[in-house]
Design a protein. Structure first.
Length: 199
C-alpha cells in the first residue's frame, strides 16, 4: 500500500525548509518503527495542506492511503478530528466525500508540543543554558498551552534560541518518537494507523 502524508509546515516558497521538513518527518516516522516507505509532503500553511490532501484523496485508489497531519492549534474537545476542524472558526473544513475518520491526525496543540515530550533531547540540542524549569511539567504534552512560547522562554539565553522552522525540524530529527507517543494520545493514534497498514 502506498501511504502519502500531507503535513502542515515547511513554508510556502522555502524549498530548503520544505526539504528539511520532509526529511525529518520521514526520519521521525522511521524511528517509530514505521518500516513501510512513506511519501511526506511539506505543504506550508494548514489550508494548503488541507487543499492538497483533498485533491490527493479524490485521486487515490484502493491501494493507497492519504493522510493529513496538521496542528490542532488548540485543545481538542470534540469526539473526532474532523468535527474539530469543521467547528473551528478559522478552518470550517468539511470531510471530503469518502474520507474516513482515521485520515486526519493532529499534532496537539502544535508540532512544538511533540518537541516538549523529550526534554533530554532539548537539553542536548540547546546546551547548558537551556532552562528546563520553563517547560511545564505534564504527563500529556497536549495539555500544555502555548508550547512554542514555552520553548522560546526556555531557550532565550541559549546560543541558538528556539526559532520555528529554523530549529523545529532539526529537533524533530532528534526527539524520541516513543516519548511523544507516551505523552500524546493523538500521536499514538497516528502511529497505530501507520503501523497497522504494514500488516
Amino acid at each position: 500500500m502506498k501511504i502519502e502524508i500531507f503535513v502542515e509546515g515547511g513554508g510556502k516558497k522555502n524549498r530548503s525548509l520544505q526539504k528539511e521538513c520532509r526529511r525529518e518527518f520521514g526520519n521521525f516516522f522511521a524511528r517509530a518503527d514505521v518500516t513501510k516507505p512513506l511519501s511526506v509532503y511539506a505543504c506550508g500553511s494548514r489550508s494548503d495542506a488541507y487543499r492538497r490532501f483533498c485533491i490527493a484523496h479524490k485521486e487515490s485508489t484502493q491501494n493507497s492511503l492519504v493522510l493529513l497531519l496538521v496542528d490542532s492549534e488548540e485543545p481538542v474537545t470534540t469526539s473526532t478530528c474532523w468535527e474539530h476542524v469543521r467547528n473551528r472558526q478559522e478552518d470550517q473544513w468539511q470531510k471530503p466525500t469518502g474520507a474516513k475518520e482515521e485520515q486526519l491526525f493532529f499534532m496537539v496543540q502544535m508540532m512544538e508540543s511533540w518537541l516538549l515530550a523529550d526534554t533530554e533531547a532539548l537539553k542536548l540540542y540547546f546546551g547548558n543554558r537551556f532552562k528546563i524549569n520553563k517547560i511545564p511539567n505534564s504527563q500529556s504534552v497536549e495539555e500544555i498551552n502555548h508550547p512554542a512560547r514555552a520553548l522560546k522562554n526556555a531557550t532565550k539565553d541559549c546560543n541558538e534560541p528556539y526559532s520555528k522552522g529554523k530549529s523545529s525540524f532539526k529537533l524533530l530529527g532528534r526527539i524520541n518518537p516513543k516519548l511523544v507517543m507516551q505523552k500524546s494520545t493523538h500521536a499514538q493514534d497516528l502511529f497505530n494507523t501507520l503501523i497497522s497498514k504494514e500488516k
